[in-house]
Design a protein around this ligand. Structure first.
Ligand SMILES: *Cc1c(COP(=O)(O)O)cnc(C)c1O
Ligand SMILES: [Zn+2]
Length: 405
């Protein structure tokens, strides 16, 4: 490890990174790794042969990165989408396709960073509290690293989500109870059981998410977008992306930091509600319900930290209903991308902002496509999908009548 401190995101209290600590003892808010030294540069070399931890080593707290822990995460495409930009009525739209990670969501970036830290501290066990993607990711990376994994999922988890976790053979526990409270309980049991929890907004998970920002900078040739829009639940990913842009800015690699939009679902929007009311603390959502289950955390542990970031940088926080999320999922499919409902939320939010004239129409926006559509096949039921049938001998006639007539 580099000799870095962990700094409280609220009160600024510093702690050594050599100890395991999840949140600030003084105020209870999440910690973050201090800004890297000035003069950081992107490592020379070919990204086809590098890991994300190697390419962006100057900006990460590891003195050296163990590439054996990597599954080839990151370096995902940034796809220009003139078609959707036109449909949405904005200037330019870019889709950062995180579905192309080893376990099909951006979580792998933070997991590889967390596992790296856990190993350096001498842990042999890692764990997480997750409704799906993070569970899959931590189970996979723990297996690769030869570590024991403790995965706590909600007892309401969809059947199709449990086996993609179980295949990596973690200790898999379906826990009956409040998912938000389970997060805090995991921090309590961590010490006694020597389990390093790489939860949604864990300090070193956030470090991994920074690489999304770094790649966007490189892929846009350092010409910054006006906005980056992030589907947000716990807030760890948004925190990481903001931190990444700020660090590149501090090192002079970019000349401005974009504005950020926190995108949530109407049925669970604690950050948007606090933002609109001008509060600096989130309040627990009592009856969270959305089809976008990955962003259904009723009491996001980094919610207050996200509010602080939005305030500092003229950001926005906007929620959309499930029907709009499903429409956005269909829109992305018109451009060849099948994403999970969470990942479609930003597109629905852009649509809403444009309809309300809160966007002028000339903006250049990067949308974070956070995970793959195959993660949640129940969504198919909302799209009235069809197919036709015909006999082998009749194919030619069938096509002639149906499509050439
Ligand atoms: C985890 C996740 C999110 C939310 O990220 P947070 O860091 O919890 O805010 C959004 N979309 C997908 C697909 C996810 O897996
Ligand atoms: Zn503090």
């Amino acid at each position: 490890m580099k000799p870095v401190s962990l700094i409280c995101t609220q009160c600024g209290q510093a702690y050594p990174a050599s100890e395991m600590r999840y949140r600030c003892d003084a105020c209870g808010e999440p910690l973050e790794v201090e800004q890297p030294a000035a003069g950081g540069r992107i490592a020379a070399g070919n990204p086809l042969e590098q890991t994300i931890l190697e390419r962006y080593a100057d900006f990460l707290p590891f003195a050296s990165a163990d590439r054996e822990l990597s599954l080839g995460e990151g370096f995902t495409p940034l796809i220009a989408s003139p078609r959707l930009a036109a449909a949405l009525g904005i200037g330019e739209l870019y889709l950062k396709n995180e579905a192309q990670n080893p376990t099909w969501s951006f979580k792998d970036r933070g997991t590889v960073s967390g596992v790296q830290h856990a190993k350096k501290l001498g842990y042999r066990r890692v764990g997480t509290v997750s409704t799906g993607n993070m569970a899959t990711s931590v189970a996979a990376y723990a297996r690769k690293a030869g570590m024991e994994a403790f995965i706590f999922v909600s007892s309401h988890i969809a059947a199709e989500k449990i086996n993609p976790i179980a295949i990596y053979r973690p200790h898999l526990l379906r826990v009956d109870g409040d998912y938000g409270k389970l997060y805090y309980e995991s921090l309590n049991i961590s010490q006694a059981n020597q389990i390093y929890f790489i939860n949604s907004d864990a300090t070193f998970r956030v470090e991994g998410s920074k690489t999304i920002a770094f790649e966007i900078c490189e892929q846009l040739d350092f010409a910054m977008p006006d906005y980056v829009i992030v589907p947000t639940s716990a807030g760890g990913n948004l925190r990481g992306i903001v931190k990444g842009f700020r660090e590149f800015f501090a090192c002079g690699l970019i000349d401005k930091v974009p504005r950020f939009i926190c995108a949530q679902a109407s049925g669970c929007q604690p950050i948007c509600q606090a933002f609109q009311a001008g509060r600096d603390r989130i309040e627990r959502v009592l009856d969270p319900h959305t089809i976008a289950h990955g962003i259904e955390n009723p009491f996001p542990p980094s919610g207050n930290a996200v509010l602080r970031l939005l305030q500092q940088n003229d950001g926005l926080a906007v929620a959309v209903p499930d029907a709009a999320i499903i429409e956005a999922q269909a829109m992305l499919a018109t451009d060849g991308l099948f994403v999970q409902p969470e990942a479609a939320v930003p597109i629905a939010v852009i649509r809403r902002l444009r309809a309300e004239n809160r966007l002028t129409g000339s903006e250049k926006i990067v949308s974070i496509v956070s995970g793959s559509g195959l993660k949640f096949t129940e969504a198919f039921a909302h799209h009235s999908l069809t197919s036709d049938e015909c006999k082998l001998e009749e194919i030619s006639r069938y096509i002639g009548e149906r499509f050439n007539g």
